[in-house]
Design a protein around this ligand. Sequence first.
Ligand SMILES: Nc1ncnc2c1ncn2[C@@H]1O[C@H](COP(=O)(O)OP(=O)(O)OP(=O)(O)O)[C@@H](O)[C@H]1O
Ligand SMILES: O=P(O)(O)OC[C@H]1O[C@H](OP(=O)(O)OP(=O)(O)O)[C@H](O)[C@@H]1O
Ligand SMILES: [Mg+2]
Length: 303
Amino acid sequence: MVSTSSTTENASPTSGNGANPGYLRIAVPNKGALSEAASTMLREAGYRQRDDSKRLTLIDDDNGVEFFYLRPRDIALYVGEGTLDIGITGRDLLHDSGAKADEALPLGFGRSRFRFAGPAGSYTSVEDLAGKRIATSYAGIVDAFLQQRGIEATVTRLDGAVESSIQLGVADVIADVVETGSTLRQAGLEIFGDTILESEAVVITCARREAPSAFETFRRRIEGVLVARSYVMMDYDIRAQDVPAATELAPGLEGPTVSPLHREGWVAVRVMVPREGSQKLMDDLWAIGARAILLTDIHACRL
Ligand SMILES: Nc1ncnc2c1ncn2[C@@H]1O[C@H](COP(=O)(O)OP(=O)(O)OP(=O)(O)O)[C@@H](O)[C@H]1O
Ligand SMILES: O=P(O)(O)OC[C@H]1O[C@H](OP(=O)(O)OP(=O)(O)O)[C@H](O)[C@@H]1O
Ligand SMILES: [Mg+2]
């Protein structure tokens, strides 16, 4: 039976301090675009996750881990200070924070681009930003970009709904997270200039000290989830003489497993292949004589 930490209204990020020595302390987004996907990935990696979105901390005794549910924007600060060992946040939030934390592992979800946008047809390049008022929730990223390009402009920091700031007269252009682009379109805005940053959810660690040894187990588990999500297991039967041609098409990660078949001159092959393009690969293998080709999801893996 797994025990859990008590949940009180004033439970703080440090409420577990010292209570569970040796436990890996992990920050997880408590709400917003990354929250659910982060918890889903942690569950797939075998960790316990909260079932009540009001819960602020959770102890997973079986795995020696304590989770702290924090605002995604604050996570880099806690990890950079070394208060928590690792965290899941957005690459853009990490850069914006200026915290002394490092990106340790990209997670492949929460993908977005950080872009400049202005009224449709009004701006074409970042040089047009000179002397303009730029509204953003990510002033750290925008300041660094302008400084790097030697552009003088006024940056106004807003909490959110940045797209409205132009219509409301407090800015000429905005810099914001773009995923589908539909929020921009609805506000009559369009992106211009270079992409400032390509973002996704990432695992971060403290830059000033080595991650605890327990981080290696965590990393292996998460990498296992990433592989299980992006690869499928393929099985097929083929004439032994055609295995080299088939292996060219599907080399696998460490080479295919080839087993004898009762049928004379034939073998069974098992190989991990990228999920993307796997249907085309089945066509190609069929064309060189493979039969009984099966694709199976990988539930979990440790390479
Ligand atoms: N469609 C999206 N909208 C917002 N953020 C997204 C989107 N897709 C991915 N993200 C990422 O999620 C993170 C921001 O999370 P979130 O929106 O929860 O924070 P916030 O905007 O600071 O908080 P809130 O919107 O709750 O005030 C960033 O890393 C961002 O790149
Ligand atoms: O390109 P899209 O798919 O339209 O997504 C991007 C929008 O989503 C985010 O807003 P969020 O919902 O976090 O609200 P906020 O602006 O108040 O943070 C972001 O700030 C953009 O406004
Ligand atoms: Mg937001």
